[in-house]
Design a binder for this molecule. Sequence first.
Ligand code: FSX
Ligand code: SF4
Ligand code: F3S
Length: 379
Amino acid sequence: MKQEDLVSQISARLNEVQNMPKMHNGSIMQKLKEHGFSRRDFMKWAGTMTAMLSLPTSFIPQVAKAAELADRLPVIWLHMAECTGCSESLLRTDAPTIDSLIFDYISLEYHETIMSASGWQAEENLESAIEKYKGKYVLMVEGGIPEGSSEFYLTVGPVGTTGAQHCRHASENALAIFAIGTCSSFGGVQAAHPNPTNAQPLSKITNKPVINVPGCPPSEKNIVGNVLNYLLFGTLPSLDAYNRPKWAYGLRIHDLCERRGHFDAGEFVQHFGDQGAKDGYCLYKVGCKGPYTFNNCSRERFNSHTSWPIQAGHGCIGCSEPNFWDEMGPFEVPLGDRLYNTTFGGLGADATADKIGIGILAIAGVAIAAHAAIASFKK
Ligand code: FSX
Ligand code: SF4
Ligand code: F3S
């Protein structure tokens, strides 16, 4: 699409959003000011988000406007079987970030962790939010969804009502649906073998399209980026074979890793704590799964760009990939030439998120292991 066409498409969409009812008194700037952020900080943040969404810098004012209009978007957030790490990733910082404040500013109509209501009152809140915003709310679900034969796996509210029933009911009238985190996207830890509760991803619970935002947990930027993307375009983003937005999950961890130069030079950590570890060498031989994992951690990091697993000295464990608990382990041993049958379709080490399909990785695993061995040998 030509840039002028994109500009007018986004402008029309933002006008439409602006005409939707405002759900807060006050503005995002007031909220940010209360927490010590200036307009300049906000515009700088909008610049970062614009780059992250792969938009040219001329779109910064529109991204800022989308954030200002975030209070027009009612959100219902359901918790299923999980550790609440996804919510923590976004909300529980000791110093609120602009991302967490934006999330606070959207109209979060129902979120079990942070709302004050409980019991019957909470149930009523959920029902009235679904009723009031029928067809207009965004549904975000965190956690895998047990579909076990026992009614005692994850019941919420009235006796016998399962989490799965809640998800189906809330998804029926949702405008857009996001599976937040690997558990909701792919089943996660509770779906790992032997999956005693028969936990399922959200996409298997509802027939409606689900955008997956995996990561255990996903970064706050990937959660907020999806909200902004939706405000800007009002449509599903371009998705990969696992329904992950390409702007966030289009590249492998390995592609932009800060230790990549060491991988290419054959400089590896052989054991945790050795001299290579102190010198920041590549973590492939102590199990890094960055070559097989699609996510933007190496570019965006976590906690306001402070750090990320590989910077902290541990390899990527593949937390944004389907079945990573079963398929990527043991976490501190290289995959090498073992079969990895979820991500690549035997397309070789240059497979991109675009081309992947369900298939068997033998070639890519061997190619990466061989490259690591040859690079090591040359050295
Ligand atoms: Fe936890 Fe969320 Fe992992 Fe799952 O994150 S961080 S177990 S993806 O659902 O709470
Ligand atoms: Fe980085 Fe891991 Fe790739 Fe090494 S193997 S360059 S640590 S992503
Ligand atoms: Fe997960 Fe790997 Fe990023 S473990 S947080 S995808 S570096």
